[in-house]
Design a protein around this ligand. Structure first.
Ligand code: NAD
Length: 414
């Protein structure tokens, strides 16, 4: 079954109808260009061999090399990776980046393996997918359960195979090894920026609203940190896979991050009330930011949600039918392909810096990112008004216009 991919297509088709998209272009965009599945053996610490399944999908590369993260999770499958690659094509186009969409993943529970085992799995996976990746072809980056260490191993593996250092083959690397200032927090910075813009569109002040965030990994933590420290917002609820916490006066996010580092969980955080998943999503807050995994907001939760703004930090956190229900309730949904595009945008800056061997200051990275996000937000808002539609459909229209232009100008080969 291709449930997630079909659901992504339904959202795209809605935009295709409204913008009267050329059916030939639509056909091309509905099919991923390449789907690679690799099965590979890795030696475990106890000298046994385990076989892993990995994926790399390139959805569309009309406007440039494929770009997208690699996810390590027990539920990774082709449908998910294909959908994530599809979203990446539109995300890059929304931001006007010279990239197409790609995504990768390994089906495994990283908690079950030692760091050395994860390193060997990562290196072998990257070697296996090297037949289609490369700095001009497809440039991976971190996603769920992968980070700058993973990217260092990927970069080293690729470099060892070609015989020289190729920094620009992946992004999300550590600073000092071709990484960019501001990359780690970039997705959170983008989420914080669009949250601020959405609040302003609803004629409110960021300092007056209450925010709840689901997921406390890279995206959740930095969204919370930047919103609270730089934008003066009050974050009243947070959660991770083990449960949620609530405090009506708002959290000191730096302190919560330290607690999570020490305890591995948010549960038990001092002066907080424990809340479950449904309670978190249906709290009396103004903004809800899902920053965990797909399909987190279902019909049941959508019906009970009180937040007036939802900012999709995660990819695909709202099911199809829940999306319709939220629209019916006049809830402003800032779609993933804009809301979490900060990561790929600073990845683009990193790639450009690596290619030029010239590195930018953090202020330049942050300012350029915020400027680009605001520009895309406003372009989407104008399309939304022009077609009297929602922000998601408007974002798909904007992205599709850009990719369709490339497809038409290039023509169909041969
Ligand atoms: P991460 O692995 O750093 O964090 C994921 C977090 O979600 C963890 O805190 C985990 O405990 C939590 N979580 C998992 N299941 C949960 C549940 N049922 N309820 C509550 N929390 C749960 O991953 P990340 O990089 O922060 O990615 C999160 C989402 O953002 C994913 O959808 C990813 O594709 C998307 N995204 C990430 C980036 C990036 O730069 N990292 C960029 C764009 C989009």
């Amino acid at each position: 079954m291709e449930e997630l991919y079909q659901s992504a297509l339904r959202k795209f088709r809605k935009a295709a109808v409204i913008m009267n998209l050329d059916p030939n272009v639509q056909k091309i965009l509905e099919h991923p260009k390449r789907q690679l599945i690799v099965e590979f053996p890795v030696m475990m610490d106890d000298n046994s061999v385990e076989i892993f399944t990995g994926y790399r999908v390139q959805h569309n590369v009309t406007l440039g090399p494929a770009k997208g993260g690699v996810r390590y999770h027990p539920n990774v499958n082709l449908d998910e990776v294909k959908t994530l690659a599809f979203w990446m094509s539109f995300k890059c186009a929304v931001m006007g980046l010279p990239y197409g969409g790609g995504k990768g993943g390994i089906r495994l529970d990283p908690k079950k393996y030692s760091q050395k085992e994860i390193e060997r799995i990562s290196r072998r996976y990257f070697s296996e997918i090297s037949v289609i990746v490369g700095p001009d072809r497809d440039i991976p980056a971190p996603d769920v359960n992968t980070n700058s260490d993973t990217m260092s191993w990927y970069m080293d593996t690729y470099s060892m195979n070609v015989g020289y250092s190729v920094l620009e083959v992946v992004t999300g690397k550590p600073i000092g090894l071709g990484g960019s200032e501001g990359r780690t927090e970039a997705t959170g910075r983008g989420v914080a920026k669009v949250t601020e813009l959405a609040i302003q569109k609803r004629k409110r002040k960021v300092s007056d609203v209450k925010i709840a965030i689901e997921g406390f990994g890279n995206v959740g933590q930095y969204s919370a940190l930047i919103l609270s420290k730089e934008k003066d917002a009050k974050i009243v609820a947070l959660s991770d896979s083990k449960g949620g916490i609530y405090n009506s006066s708002g959290f000191n996010i730096e302190d919560v991050i330290n607690y999570k580092k020490t305890h591995g969980t948010l549960s038990g955080y001092p002066n907080s009330e424990a809340i479950n998943d449904v309670e978190l999503k249906t709290l009396d807050v103004d903004v809800f930011i899902p920053a965990a995994l797909e399909n987190s907001i279902t019909d049941e939760t959508a019906k009970k949600m009180k937040a007036q703004i939802i900012v999709e930090g995660a990819n695909g956190p709202i099911t199809d039918t829940a999306d319709e229900l939220l629209r019916g309730k006049d809830i402003l949904v800032v779609p993933d392909i804009l809301a979490n595009a900060g990561g790929v945008t600073v990845s683009y800056f990193e790639w450009v810096q690596d290619l030029q061997s010239f590195f930018w200051k953090k202020e330049q990275v942050n300012a350029t990112l915020e400027e680009m996000i605001e520009k895309s937000f406003n372009e989407i808002w104008d399309i939304k008004e022009q077609y009297s539609t929602d922000m998601r459909t408007a974002a798909y229209i904007l992205a599709t216009q850009r990719i369709a232009f490339g497809i038409k100008k290039r023509g169909i080969y041969p």
